[in-house]
Ligand binder design. Structure first.
Ligand code: HEC
Length: 124
């Protein structure tokens, strides 16, 4: 009896653990895929861990340079920018032109990709 309960518990746990991985593979929106490809190496969205860049959870509405524990460039920290879809659009197009001296140097030239990524950021 005891083994039976343990066995069914184990299969429940395993089913639970497998479901999210499966969902991730099939439900990714274009914005999510692009985010993983273009930004994911440096930025986390699903967690608040910082990497090469600060985590981007709740970035829309956030003041630039405000994630605690991340070592920003003085340029971004002192920029006075608030992240909105519009300021993100300008920053991603050419970070250094908007915030001279920022340590993020990648430019993202494809307007459609920027729009999809910003939309995805707004949903988190
Ligand atoms: C090679 C690494 C790298 C990639 C790729 C990258 N970033 Fe960054 N990003 C950084 C770094 C480093 C900073 C911090 C810049 C500073 O301190 O001046 C940053 C800062 C930012 C900020 C400001 C965050 C804040 O807290 O003020 C935003 C927004 C941002 N990145 C968005 C993006 C998006 C969206 C993408 C993908 C389209 C992307 N980044 C791709 C490295 C990267």
């Amino acid at each position: 009896m005891k083994t039976l309960i343990l066995a069914s518990l184990a299969s429940l746990v395993m089913a639970g653990a497998c479901a999210p991985a499966y969902a991730q593979g099939t439900d990714a929106s274009p914005g999510e895929r692009l985010f993983q490809q273009r930004c994911g190496a440096c930025h986390q969205l699903a967690t608040t861990r910082n990497g090469v860049g600060p985590h981007l959870q709740g970035v829309i509405g956030r003041s630039a340079g405000s994630v605690e524990g991340f070592k920003y460039s003085p340029a971004l920290k002192g920029s006075g920018v608030t992240w909105t879809p519009e300021t993100l659009e300008t920053y991603l197009t050419n970070p250094g032109a908007m915030v001279r001296g920022t340590r993020m140097t990648q430019r993202f030239n494809n307007a459609e990709e920027r729009r999809a990524i910003i939309e995805f950021l707004g949903s988190h």
